[in-house]
Write a protein that binds this ligand. Structure first.
Ligand code: PMP
Length: 434
């Protein structure tokens, strides 16, 4: 594969940006090599600055559930742009997107739009604290909720480890209110609640954890969280930035039929434009400024162009059979690759949730905690990633990240990609002879 232009662009980029990128995982640090500079996307395909073509399973890390350059979305954006890009006043587009969501999502009563997933979780966390008058939060190892200070904590195991930040620049005082617990561990939660009962504002979880592998939880665990939260006046906070509108229109809340107290959204809700949102009951949302004392604001919040894109995407998602078709396509693709890998006795599996998938270099069926993932197995991912690029298949450059399938991925695309996977797996699992 020729990478001359990407290499030159990356050399330049390194003089402009830390690590040459504007978001760290783009830097190819964990797989090695030069990040590819993309210049165009259409449907399931993307093209880089050297003209290489790829079937894209990154899909901008999740937002592009309809694929690239979807016609209704593009038309909606162009139509909105023709009337101006931003006003700093209310606009009709905000109402339209909100009503589309509220009318079709039975777990949402009121919403506030922001501009990213991080902003959504950060603001909703403030709301949880402001609403309950409590300070501490419980989060789980292996769940990512954006880069707000209080959430950048991933302390080691232990029953109720008080947070130690995983980033420089976060004062201990900011994270000592964050209790980090292992996923799928009821005892650890009971213990933390026993210790800090009257000061826990919320339990925040990715109900389908998809940032450290795909750590699918049993419904019982999520129901347990619902029950302990209700019993102790703690808010249950589902971070649905990935799962929202992706697993189904009602996301994980709808899948598991569990009503969270607060939800955060991002990615699909803006269809590739910068949109995030947080949502809750009318009662809880009445605490948000200007109705209530919890302050939160944004110059570009509810931006009309971004709202128009979100509306165009969500309208497509609401069409009958949309999510079933996506899930079936994903399952068929996975079955094709995994049956090949098992016929060759490779230690390899693909975990699936709807149109989200994750490559596991392990035979374990239920991987529910980050501690079950062997860091060394990522060496296989490095080879697989490189060989797939050579064969025109683009995965996000980290084995801990999930892949996404869009409406635009055709059966032919997926057949082509499955064959590329088989060849790449053969190379990854070929013993190296010295
Ligand atoms: N929450 C979850 C579950 C996420 O996956 C992400 C981003 N990957 C975020 C929050 C932060 O979203 P953003 O990158 O839009 O700030």
């Amino acid at each position: 594969m020729i990478k001359v232009n990407s290499e030159k662009l990356f050399t330049d980029a390194k003089t402009y940006f830390p690590g040459g990128v504007n978001s760290p995982v783009r830097a190819f640090k964990s797989v090695g090599g030069t990040p590819l500079f993309m210049t165009k996307g259409n449907g399931s395909k993307i093209w880089d600055a050297d003209g290489n073509e790829f079937i894209d399973f990154c899909c901008s890390w999740g937002p592009l559930i309809l694929g690239h350059n979807n016609v209704p979305v593009r038309n909606a954006i162009v139509e909105a742009v023709e009337n101006g890009t931003s006003f700093g006043t209310p606009t009709i587009q905000e109402n339209e997107l909100a009503s589309l969501i509220i009318e079709n999502h039975s777990y949402v009563e009121k919403v506030r739009f922001v501009s990213s997933g991080t902003e959504a979780t950060m603001s909703a966390l403030r709301l949880a604290r402001g609403y309950t008058g409590r300070n501490k939060i419980i989060k789980f190892e292996g769940c990512y909720h954006g880069h707000a200070d209080a959430l950048l904590v991933n302390a080691g195991s232990g029953l109720a480890t008080l947070g130690i930040s995983s980033s420089a620049g976060v004062p201990e005082a900011f994270t000592k209110e964050t209790i980090v617990l292992p996923l799928n561990d009821e005892e650890a939660i009971n213990k933390a609640i026993e210790n800090y009962k009257d000061d826990i504002a919320c339990i925040i979880i990715e109900p389908i954890p998809a940032n450290n592998g795909l750590l699918i939880q049993g419904r019982e665990f999520l129901q347990f969280l619902r029950d302990v939260c209700t019993a102790n006046g703690i808010l249950l906070f589902f971070d649905e930035v990935i799962s929202g509108f992706r697993i189904g229109f009602e996301g994980a809340a709808g899948l598991y039929k569990i009503q969270p107290d607060i939800m955060a959204f991002g990615k699909v809700i803006g269809g590739g434009m910068p949109v995030g949102a947080y949502a809750a009951s009318k009662e809880i949302m009445s605490h948000v400024s200007p109705d209530g004392p919890v302050y939160q604001a944004g110059t570009l919040s509810g931006n009309p162009v971004a709202m128009a894109a979100g509306k165009a995407v969500l309208k497509e998602c609401l069409k009958p059979g949309f999510y079933q078709d996506l899930e079936k396509k994903t399952a068929d693709f996975i079955e094709d690759v995994v049956s090949y890998a098992s016929s060759k006795e490779y230690t390899f599996n693909i975990h699936q949730m709807g149109s989200i998938f994750w490559l596991a270099f392990s035979d374990e069926i239920n991987i529910r905690k980050s501690s079950q993932i062997d860091g060394d197995s990522m060496n296989y991912f490095t080879v697989l990633h490189r060989e797939l690029l050579e064969r025109g298949v683009y995965l996000g450059p980290s084995g801990f990240e999930v892949g996404f399938i869009s409406e635009a991925h055709t059966v032919e695309d997926l057949k082509h990609a499955a064959n590329a996977f088989k060849e790449a797996l053969d190379i990854a699992f070929t013993p190296v002879t010295v």
